[in-house]
Design a protein around this ligand. Sequence first.
Ligand code: ASP
Length: 721
Amino acid sequence: MRNRLLPLSLFSTLLFSTTIYNSQAKEGMWRPADLKKQADEMKKAGLQIPVSKLYEDGKAALNDAVVIFGGGCTGEVVSAQGLVFTNHHCGYGAVQGVSTDAKNYLINGFWAKNNADEVPCPGLSVTFIKKIEEVTKQILKGITEETSEAERAQIIAENIKFLETGYRKLLGYTAEVKPFYNGNEYWVTLLEKYDDVRLVGFPPNGIGKFGGDTDNWMWPRQTGDFGIFRVYAGPGNKPAAYNINNKPYKAEQYFPINTSGVKEGDYTMVYGFPYVTKEYLTSAQLAQTQDIIDPIRIAARKIKLGVWDEAMRKDPKTFLKYASKQSSVSNGYKKWQGEIRGLELNDVKGKKLAYETRLMQKSLSDTGINSPKSTLSQINAAVEHNNNYLRAYESTNETVLGIEIIGQAAYLQRVLNIYRSGVKDKALTDTLAKVKKGLEGFYKNYDAVLDKQLFENLMPFYYMQPGLAVAPKVKSLYTENGSDFGKWSSNVYGQSALAIKEMAMHYFDAPKASDTVDIKNDPAYQIYHAVIDWQDQSVRPGMIAYAKRTDLLNRIYMQQQLQYMSGERNFYPDANQTLRLTYGHVKGITPQGTSLYSYRSTLEDVIAKHNPDVEEFNVPSKLRDLYLRKDYGRWNVNGTVPVTFIATNHTSGGNSGSPVLNAKGELIGINFDRIWDGTMSDLYYDPNLCRNIAVDVRYVLFIIEKYGNAPWLFKEMNLVK
Ligand code: ASP
């Protein structure tokens, strides 16, 4: 990696922009409806368009061009013909699904030459937001001061169901009601989901996943993390299942793409669907993540990745099967390490404790049983009581249930439940057929030999877990297998029907009376059952009691923070995969432990990292050729091509693929990550330390034109300067 030392001449500019914008970088993930209140702040920070262009209730605005991509990412519409940009890692699973040994789009990339070439991606969806509105009153209807928590939960569940059904019947859209501010507010989002989504352009891993796990969550970074898809619609531009006659979705709103580029200090916004943040936890609740959840997950995933990575390196077939699973396991593995680092380096626990002390001071006169002091001590007591359950719960999920054959035994449990429910004949075969679909999908990407290895590595780790984690029945199964993990694994993978697809499918294709007995004797099922049974008896009740207790306490604590601390911090609801806009500025950083200061990476940095012996850093030869010939066409910026940049936008998981916009609401990049120490922003955002990472849209356009030879796509885009 090349160190880019800062030329002195730039220093004063940076200092200048840093000072001006430091005060303006703020945390916050704003709901579209909050933007009016934020308008002055946003203008001061640099916004050049009225906020009504970003969102206006009941009118078309740019929010209509921000979509939920697949289950958990964001995408943005960039043409009137339903063309969508998102991240490479967001389309990865779908593209893996349509890749074959002969047409491996992950390794070689894919570029459609015209609409007819675009590849349908079964199971992939794009969801548009039709309306967002507050429904707190309707949801809390019927609740009084006297209502108990249990009744409250029931009333809310009923009101939500009533409202969601009503919206669907009345307007024809799926409605989703979600709580905000820990249940102090409720809002509904109306959604329209399109299931005919086709692959248009996808750079090979050597560009789209460049730097792989090594660089994931890191800065500086040179990943061309983008993918291009198109939404197709049936008659009337409405959602329809895949059909060759479907037409590209006609989009009224789409983002113009600004090709002038970005510089330090520029105003930016990210519009998308951040998944989960927990900014208002108490210090004790934060410690649960920092000291229990994250460390357990990291330790277990280290073992899992050790086994998978080696096998994937050795065999391209295993690589193709495990690519997507591996990415999601390693994504969390690396992120949580960064989260702990950030929380420790910045003493976030200490900061939270100090905040709590200030809250206590501000509410001294409040001495009732519902005072902040009392709420806080009740939360702390609940946390203390919950920690053992939490440890057991987390370590069980990440270890024993993370072994694929054992996790999949849940399907056998479902088969048993079906028999138990007494259904017969056609009802029986129909229900079994439904369950079968899920299990069938699993086998596409399963390697029992590799999983056996995982068992041998992960099981001893599970077995060593303290406290409530290890089910007593698991201990006796271990003894029955000669107290030898090797023997035990040979028994499991030699005898379990789940180890071989055809055997597992018998339960669904040729059901017979003795199946229930066979399942109960299946060694993988026996482990699964022992673990789940134990969890149900000894762990889950503790977890449920904690959740119930803290539902109430968190709601009250949130109210108290809003009441007493509004003068000292900006309040916004935690992320919950609803549409949010965050704003900040392009701003470099010196990553911990380096002397680098940069806000961007360029093609020079890509080439500097090229290493043909390390797959993650193996730059495709075509890109190297373009570099050698300096064949950058109109994407040449001072002799290179900008690749990525960072900014102070407050983003989270789920913001992957989000449009990064300039002061005029034009697309300048695609958000894809955060810097490592800044991943703590899900729990504590600090504008001095946290940065989002985006692919520069000029790199996207350069790759489309020069690498993918697909400039036909530019005709439908609105490229502006
Ligand atoms: N890379 C992240 C994701 O996968 C984005 C982020 O968390 O900033 O969602």
